[in-house]
Write a protein that binds this ligand. Sequence first.
Ligand SMILES: NC(=O)c1ccc[n+]([C@@H]2O[C@H](COP(=O)([O-])OP(=O)(O)OC[C@H]3O[C@@H](n4cnc5c(N)ncnc54)[C@H](O)[C@@H]3O)[C@@H](O)[C@H]2O)c1
Length: 255
Amino acid sequence: MPLLDGTVAVVTGAARGIGRAIALGFAREGARLALIDLEEGAAAQTAREIRELGGEAESFGLDVGRRGDCDAVATAVAAKLGAVSVLVNNAGITRRTSITGDARTVSEDWDAILAVNLSGAFNVTHAFLPALRANRGRIVNIASIQSFVHLPVPTSIAYTASKHGVLGMTRALAAELGKEGVRVNAIGPGIIETNINADTRSKRPEAWAKLIEHTPLGRPGEPDDIVGPAVFLASDMSRFMTGSIVMVDGGYRTI
Ligand SMILES: NC(=O)c1ccc[n+]([C@@H]2O[C@H](COP(=O)([O-])OP(=O)(O)OC[C@H]3O[C@@H](n4cnc5c(N)ncnc54)[C@H](O)[C@@H]3O)[C@@H](O)[C@H]2O)c1
Protein backbone atom coordinates (compact mmCIF):
# COMPACT_ATOMS: atom_id res chain seq x y z
CA MET A 1 0.00 0.00 0.00
CA PRO A 2 1.30 3.53 -0.71
CA LEU A 3 2.88 5.02 2.42
CA LEU A 4 0.63 8.10 2.61
CA ASP A 5 -2.66 6.56 1.50
CA GLY A 6 -5.66 8.46 2.95
CA THR A 7 -3.51 11.39 4.06
CA VAL A 8 -4.28 15.04 3.37
CA ALA A 9 -0.94 16.85 3.28
CA VAL A 10 -0.18 20.58 3.18
CA VAL A 11 3.12 21.68 1.64
CA THR A 12 4.16 25.35 1.79
CA GLY A 13 6.46 26.78 -0.87
CA ALA A 14 5.19 24.03 -3.17
CA ALA A 15 5.43 25.99 -6.42
CA ARG A 16 9.00 24.95 -7.12
CA GLY A 17 12.23 23.55 -5.76
CA ILE A 18 12.18 21.26 -2.73
CA GLY A 19 8.49 21.91 -1.92
CA ARG A 20 7.38 20.99 -5.43
CA ALA A 21 9.43 17.76 -5.33
CA ILE A 22 7.96 16.83 -1.94
CA ALA A 23 4.42 17.51 -3.19
CA LEU A 24 4.92 15.29 -6.25
CA GLY A 25 6.54 12.60 -4.08
CA PHE A 26 3.70 12.66 -1.54
CA ALA A 27 1.15 12.37 -4.38
CA ARG A 28 2.98 9.26 -5.67
CA GLU A 29 2.54 7.81 -2.17
CA GLY A 30 -1.22 8.37 -2.24
CA ALA A 31 -1.57 11.67 -0.36
CA ARG A 32 -4.07 14.34 -1.39
CA LEU A 33 -2.29 17.67 -1.53
CA ALA A 34 -2.87 21.27 -0.56
CA LEU A 35 -0.12 23.27 -2.27
CA ILE A 36 0.55 26.65 -0.70
CA ASP A 37 2.76 29.35 -2.20
CA LEU A 38 3.19 33.08 -2.54
CA GLU A 39 3.22 32.46 -6.29
CA GLU A 40 -0.25 31.09 -6.76
CA GLY A 41 0.04 30.59 -10.53
CA ALA A 42 3.15 28.45 -10.19
CA ALA A 43 1.57 26.43 -7.35
CA ALA A 44 -1.47 25.87 -9.58
CA GLN A 45 0.88 24.51 -12.25
CA THR A 46 2.34 21.97 -9.76
CA ALA A 47 -1.23 21.00 -8.79
CA ARG A 48 -2.09 20.47 -12.47
CA GLU A 49 0.97 18.24 -12.91
CA ILE A 50 -0.13 16.12 -9.96
CA ARG A 51 -3.66 15.78 -11.31
CA GLU A 52 -2.33 14.84 -14.77
CA LEU A 53 -0.39 12.04 -13.07
CA GLY A 54 -3.65 10.78 -11.52
CA GLY A 55 -3.29 12.42 -8.10
CA GLU A 56 -5.40 14.93 -6.24
CA ALA A 57 -4.14 18.45 -5.51
CA GLU A 58 -5.45 21.97 -4.94
CA SER A 59 -3.39 25.18 -4.83
CA PHE A 60 -3.75 28.14 -2.49
CA GLY A 61 -2.05 31.55 -2.74
CA LEU A 62 -0.64 32.64 0.60
CA ASP A 63 2.15 34.71 2.11
CA VAL A 64 3.02 32.55 5.12
CA GLY A 65 4.25 35.69 6.89
CA ARG A 66 0.67 36.96 7.16
CA ARG A 67 -0.82 35.25 10.21
CA GLY A 68 -4.50 36.09 9.63
CA ASP A 69 -4.31 34.89 6.02
CA CYS A 70 -2.93 31.53 7.22
CA ASP A 71 -6.08 30.95 9.29
CA ALA A 72 -8.27 31.74 6.28
CA VAL A 73 -6.33 29.31 4.08
CA ALA A 74 -6.58 26.56 6.72
CA THR A 75 -10.38 26.97 6.58
CA ALA A 76 -10.33 26.86 2.77
CA VAL A 77 -8.12 23.73 2.74
CA ALA A 78 -10.47 21.92 5.15
CA ALA A 79 -13.46 22.84 2.96
CA LYS A 80 -11.81 21.57 -0.25
CA LEU A 81 -9.79 18.57 0.94
CA GLY A 82 -10.97 17.64 4.43
CA ALA A 83 -8.98 16.92 7.57
CA VAL A 84 -5.26 17.65 7.29
CA SER A 85 -2.87 15.22 8.98
CA VAL A 86 0.52 16.19 7.48
CA LEU A 87 2.10 19.63 7.29
CA VAL A 88 5.42 20.41 5.61
CA ASN A 89 6.75 23.86 6.51
CA ASN A 90 9.03 24.41 3.54
CA ALA A 91 8.50 27.99 2.30
CA GLY A 92 11.71 29.93 2.71
CA ILE A 93 13.81 32.80 1.37
CA THR A 94 17.33 34.07 1.74
CA ARG A 95 19.20 37.27 1.02
CA ARG A 96 22.93 37.57 1.08
CA THR A 97 23.81 40.60 3.16
CA SER A 98 26.62 40.91 5.65
CA ILE A 99 26.03 42.40 9.11
CA THR A 100 28.77 44.92 8.25
CA GLY A 101 26.96 46.07 5.10
CA ASP A 102 24.43 48.87 4.64
CA ALA A 103 22.55 49.21 7.95
CA ARG A 104 19.09 49.69 6.45
CA THR A 105 19.40 46.73 4.08
CA VAL A 106 20.72 44.45 6.83
CA SER A 107 17.83 45.28 9.10
CA GLU A 108 15.19 44.96 6.33
CA ASP A 109 16.61 41.58 5.35
CA TRP A 110 16.55 40.44 8.98
CA ASP A 111 12.83 41.24 9.24
CA ALA A 112 11.95 39.70 5.88
CA ILE A 113 13.84 36.43 6.41
CA LEU A 114 12.62 35.87 9.96
CA ALA A 115 9.03 36.70 8.87
CA VAL A 116 8.98 33.92 6.28
CA ASN A 117 11.39 31.23 7.50
CA LEU A 118 10.55 31.26 11.21
CA SER A 119 7.33 33.20 11.86
CA GLY A 120 5.89 31.73 8.64
CA ALA A 121 6.43 28.19 9.93
CA PHE A 122 4.85 29.20 13.24
CA ASN A 123 1.87 30.88 11.53
CA VAL A 124 1.03 27.93 9.31
CA THR A 125 1.55 25.42 12.13
CA HIS A 126 -0.75 27.41 14.39
CA ALA A 127 -3.43 27.67 11.69
CA PHE A 128 -3.47 23.90 11.06
CA LEU A 129 -2.95 22.87 14.69
CA PRO A 130 -6.58 21.98 15.49
CA ALA A 131 -6.66 19.58 12.51
CA LEU A 132 -3.22 18.15 13.29
CA ARG A 133 -4.16 17.55 16.94
CA ALA A 134 -7.45 15.93 15.96
CA ASN A 135 -5.70 13.58 13.51
CA ARG A 136 -2.51 12.62 15.39
CA GLY A 137 -0.70 14.58 12.68
CA ARG A 138 2.89 14.83 11.52
CA ILE A 139 4.79 18.08 10.98
CA VAL A 140 7.96 18.15 8.88
CA ASN A 141 9.93 21.39 9.07
CA ILE A 142 12.55 22.16 6.46
CA ALA A 143 15.57 23.30 8.46
CA SER A 144 19.13 23.39 7.05
CA ILE A 145 22.80 22.71 7.65
CA GLN A 146 22.51 26.33 8.82
CA SER A 147 20.51 25.05 11.79
CA PHE A 148 24.02 24.17 13.05
CA VAL A 149 26.64 26.17 11.14
CA HIS A 150 27.08 29.41 9.21
CA LEU A 151 28.31 29.04 5.62
CA PRO A 152 31.82 30.15 4.58
CA VAL A 153 30.37 32.03 1.57
CA PRO A 154 28.04 35.06 1.36
CA THR A 155 24.82 34.31 3.25
CA SER A 156 23.12 36.23 6.04
CA ILE A 157 23.02 35.99 9.80
CA ALA A 158 19.23 36.21 9.53
CA TYR A 159 19.06 33.00 7.48
CA THR A 160 21.30 31.12 9.91
CA ALA A 161 19.32 32.47 12.87
CA SER A 162 16.01 31.54 11.22
CA LYS A 163 17.11 27.96 10.59
CA HIS A 164 18.46 27.56 14.14
CA GLY A 165 15.00 28.80 15.16
CA VAL A 166 13.24 26.24 12.98
CA LEU A 167 15.16 23.45 14.73
CA GLY A 168 14.34 24.91 18.15
CA MET A 169 10.69 25.20 17.23
CA THR A 170 10.70 21.59 16.00
CA ARG A 171 11.99 20.37 19.38
CA ALA A 172 9.63 22.56 21.41
CA LEU A 173 6.58 21.49 19.39
CA ALA A 174 7.61 17.84 19.62
CA ALA A 175 7.83 18.14 23.40
CA GLU A 176 4.47 19.91 23.70
CA LEU A 177 2.48 17.77 21.28
CA GLY A 178 3.97 14.31 21.73
CA LYS A 179 1.47 13.08 24.32
CA GLU A 180 -1.31 13.82 21.83
CA GLY A 181 0.39 11.65 19.21
CA VAL A 182 1.45 14.58 17.02
CA ARG A 183 5.01 14.03 15.76
CA VAL A 184 7.25 16.92 14.75
CA ASN A 185 10.56 16.42 12.96
CA ALA A 186 12.86 18.37 10.67
CA ILE A 187 14.95 17.78 7.58
CA GLY A 188 18.31 19.51 7.25
CA PRO A 189 19.12 19.86 3.56
CA GLY A 190 22.70 20.62 2.54
CA ILE A 191 23.49 22.36 -0.73
CA ILE A 192 20.54 21.65 -3.00
CA GLU A 193 20.41 23.11 -6.51
CA THR A 194 17.28 25.32 -6.59
CA ASN A 195 16.22 28.86 -7.30
CA ILE A 196 17.31 29.97 -3.82
CA ASN A 197 20.98 29.63 -4.81
CA ALA A 198 20.68 30.44 -8.54
CA ASP A 199 22.46 33.77 -7.98
CA THR A 200 25.37 32.14 -6.18
CA ARG A 201 25.77 29.62 -8.98
CA SER A 202 25.71 32.22 -11.76
CA LYS A 203 27.41 35.19 -10.09
CA ARG A 204 29.82 33.53 -7.65
CA PRO A 205 30.82 30.20 -9.20
CA GLU A 206 33.92 30.06 -6.95
CA ALA A 207 31.71 30.21 -3.83
CA TRP A 208 29.48 27.46 -5.24
CA ALA A 209 32.54 25.31 -6.02
CA LYS A 210 33.75 25.80 -2.42
CA LEU A 211 30.43 24.47 -1.06
CA ILE A 212 30.48 21.43 -3.34
CA GLU A 213 34.15 20.78 -2.48
CA HIS A 214 33.13 20.76 1.20
CA THR A 215 30.42 18.14 0.48
CA PRO A 216 31.83 14.57 0.81
CA LEU A 217 29.43 13.17 -1.80
CA GLY A 218 30.95 15.69 -4.20
CA ARG A 219 27.81 17.00 -5.86
CA PRO A 220 24.97 19.38 -5.11
CA GLY A 221 21.74 17.74 -4.03
CA GLU A 222 18.62 17.77 -6.18
CA PRO A 223 15.13 18.55 -4.83
CA ASP A 224 14.24 14.87 -5.39
CA ASP A 225 16.95 13.88 -2.86
CA ILE A 226 14.73 15.33 -0.11
CA VAL A 227 11.63 13.34 -1.07
CA GLY A 228 12.46 9.97 0.52
CA PRO A 229 13.28 11.46 3.95
CA ALA A 230 10.13 13.62 3.77
CA VAL A 231 7.91 10.62 3.00
CA PHE A 232 9.64 8.72 5.81
CA LEU A 233 8.96 11.47 8.37
CA ALA A 234 5.37 11.99 7.20
CA SER A 235 4.52 8.28 7.35
CA ASP A 236 4.30 5.57 9.99
CA MET A 237 7.78 4.41 8.92
CA SER A 238 9.03 6.95 11.50
CA ARG A 239 6.30 6.33 14.07
CA PHE A 240 8.62 6.46 17.14
CA MET A 241 10.48 9.58 16.00
CA THR A 242 9.77 13.07 17.16
CA GLY A 243 11.95 16.12 17.79
CA SER A 244 14.61 14.78 15.42
CA ILE A 245 16.39 16.27 12.47
CA VAL A 246 17.31 14.09 9.50
CA MET A 247 20.31 15.59 7.70
CA VAL A 248 20.17 15.26 3.91
CA ASP A 249 23.40 17.08 3.17
CA GLY A 250 25.73 14.73 1.29
CA GLY A 251 27.80 14.60 4.50
CA TYR A 252 28.40 18.39 4.63
CA ARG A 253 28.64 18.52 8.42
CA THR A 254 31.17 15.69 8.71
CA ILE A 255 33.98 18.06 7.68
N1 LIG B 1 18.31 24.83 -1.70
C1 LIG B 1 19.09 24.67 -0.65
O1 LIG B 1 20.32 24.54 -0.78
C2 LIG B 1 18.48 24.60 0.74
C3 LIG B 1 19.30 24.16 1.78
C4 LIG B 1 18.76 24.09 3.07
C5 LIG B 1 17.44 24.46 3.28
N2 LIG B 1 16.69 24.89 2.24
C6 LIG B 1 15.31 25.29 2.53
O2 LIG B 1 14.42 24.56 1.71
C7 LIG B 1 13.20 25.30 1.58
C8 LIG B 1 12.81 25.35 0.12
O3 LIG B 1 13.75 26.13 -0.59
P1 LIG B 1 14.17 25.85 -2.10
O4 LIG B 1 15.63 25.61 -2.11
O5 LIG B 1 13.29 24.86 -2.72
O6 LIG B 1 13.96 27.32 -2.70
P2 LIG B 1 13.01 27.87 -3.86
O7 LIG B 1 13.27 29.32 -3.92
O8 LIG B 1 13.17 27.05 -5.11
O9 LIG B 1 11.52 27.59 -3.30
C9 LIG B 1 10.98 28.32 -2.25
C10 LIG B 1 9.48 28.41 -2.45
O10 LIG B 1 8.93 29.12 -1.33
C11 LIG B 1 8.01 30.09 -1.82
N3 LIG B 1 7.88 31.20 -0.89
C12 LIG B 1 8.81 32.15 -0.61
N4 LIG B 1 8.32 33.04 0.27
C13 LIG B 1 7.06 32.65 0.56
C14 LIG B 1 6.04 33.17 1.40
N5 LIG B 1 6.22 34.31 2.11
N6 LIG B 1 4.86 32.52 1.48
C15 LIG B 1 4.65 31.39 0.75
N7 LIG B 1 5.59 30.85 -0.07
C16 LIG B 1 6.76 31.49 -0.17
C17 LIG B 1 8.59 30.52 -3.16
O11 LIG B 1 7.62 31.16 -4.00
C18 LIG B 1 9.09 29.19 -3.71
O12 LIG B 1 8.10 28.50 -4.44
C19 LIG B 1 13.46 26.67 2.21
O13 LIG B 1 12.95 26.68 3.54
C20 LIG B 1 14.97 26.74 2.25
O14 LIG B 1 15.43 27.60 3.25
C21 LIG B 1 17.17 24.98 0.97
